[in-house]
Write a protein that binds this ligand. Structure first.
Ligand code: SF4
Length: 184
């Protein structure tokens, strides 16, 4: 099933330059979730307390831990951009938003195969609605929400290295990563 989804999605518009592949699912711990939550509370990204897909809306550490670790499969969607002006924040933000949408599309493609227990996660807040309803009203499209990867205690650098995938910060290039987790 997943090979079919990956092959189909990889040839669809928007996935040019992307790599979509199966890897082992991440395993968060109370330590990683507490580490991530501490960073989230510092709110350097400006999303803390502003999205249903970010802390504190995501819920308590132990509940999130149990939830994120119950997934048995993971698909990594990555896209490397080269020769980038790293001061061009508009380009970087736009690319991140588009990447989040690719993760959402892969999640929806897996759902179409009859699997309902699917969670896409990406860096940053969910951007589906433009302006999130948090905290005034419930999430408008829970199935389309792409929560923050760090909200679930996934430290991408450590996780990718555990999968023999190099992760580095560069001067004129960057790679976007997203995950789709699911359980059949
Ligand atoms: S789907 Fe909309 S309401 Fe729900 S978390 Fe995303 S932006 Fe917020």
């Amino acid at each position: 099933m997943i090979d079919e989804v990956i092959s189909k999605m990889s040839s669809e518009p928007g996935f040019e330059g992307c790599q979509v592949k199966v890897i082992e699912p991440p395993r968060s711990t109370l330590h990683t979730i507490k580490t991530c939550r501490k960073l989230c509370r510092q709110n350097r990204c400006g999303s803390y307390g502003r999205s249903w897909g970010c802390p504190p809306a995501l819920g308590k550490d132990d509940e999130n831990l149990e939830y994120i670790n119950h997934f048995r499969h993971a698909v990594l969607i990555s896209h490397r951009f080269e020769n980038v002006d790293m001061k061009d924040l508009e380009f970087i933000e736009k690319s991140a938003e588009q990447h989040q949408d690719l993760c959402r599309r892969v999640a929806n493609a897996i759902r179409k195969k009859g699997i309902s227990d699917v969670l896409p996660v990406c860096s940053g807040a969910c951007k589906y609605c433009g302006e999130c309803t948090y905290p005034d009203a419930p999430c408008k499209f829970p199935e389309q929400m792409v929560p923050s990867v760090s909200g679930f205690g996934i430290i991408m650098e450590d996780y990718l290295q555990s999968q023999n995938i190099s992760f580095k910060f560069e001067d004129n290039a960057f790679t976007l990563y997203g995950l789709v987790l699911y359980r059949e």
